[in-house]
Design a protein around this ligand. Sequence first.
Ligand SMILES: [Zn+2]
Length: 403
Amino acid sequence: MIDSERLLRNLEELGRIGATAGGGVCRLAASAEDGRARDWFVDKLRSENLRVSVDAVGNIYGVAELAGQGAPLVLTGSHLDSQPSGGRYDGAYGVMGSLEAVLAVRARGGKAARNLAVVNWTNEEGARFSPSTLGSAVFAGSVATEFAQSRTDGDGVTLGDALAKIGYRGSDAPPRGVASYVELHIEQGPELEKSGRTIGVVEGNWGTAKYVADIHGRAAHTGPTPMKERRDALLPAAELVLFIRKLSDETGGALLSSVGRLDVLPNSTNVVPAQVRLFAEFRAEEAAMLDAACARLEARARELSTAAVSIELVKTVDRKAGKFDPALRDLIERVAGECGYSSMRLSTIAGHDAVPMRAACPSAMVFVPSAGGVSHHESEFTRPEDLVAGAQVLAATLERLVT
Ligand SMILES: [Zn+2]
């Protein structure tokens, strides 16, 4: 059994680090706040006699040697970083729940064939450094360490330098011989709450494609410049915004899309926009639907690009839809029932560290309900009994995996 009081107390304490006035948190990856959360977490790991290591991209591991050095490892965890006005549960719950689960399995004793470790992955959110899920992608080998370290934030600071500044550009080798990875997370959607179930067994993830379009025109006075001479970079941007929405509407909403950000230069009321940077994304459960949307957007951008106003479109994220490990999914479902909790299967639309981890080892995810389906918002909330239930199911799952 997990120590449910300690789990809730830890989440409460962690939620005070980088707390915002609206009841959420701001712990951007490798920021001072993230650094304080990491220090607090490492103290917890050390005080529980877990072996702490930090790799070159700042991933923090706390290993419980249940089977002795060199034995294969079962890994569980999530992330302590947040969105600028994030909630207290996204990521933080997974890390704290994993710590409790690891301690519960160790406390139970008995024979183990595998070691167990909790991990905090660096820059899951992708809010300060792009792309998201960087730390887990480096671990899984799909992204090079040097590439991750050289990512820059809006001020030109590299992830490597930011990590060094808070003392988490580590030199330890990441643990090897990982047999499986299980991640506990809030659902961030409304399905569990709507169905009245407690545990979500995640089948797989939707595909995601993200684009950056750089549109180049020329600045000019909005008064005397004749209309036919204006090279307005915002016009094709507006066309793209509407086109992207149209692609979703044509699928009856099955294809999710948005343009979340437009950077307009010089962004002055009486200057014709010279440059626009547009950030767009698509998400879909079916790979074919996502591929079709990408192809049509790329074709539309080529069509709109002219000598006067050119468009450079770059795909920055290409996350394929995929499934989690079937045996692990079945195990989680069975264990949830044995623990006395109702469960259902669902897919994740959001990205998670468990997605890149599939390349490293069999991986799976456990979800608990999000009140109102709200996430990436300060009002994010999950009921204490659901937080306890998820950690309990994780502990029971890990127990099977280490024996
Ligand atoms: Zn998360």
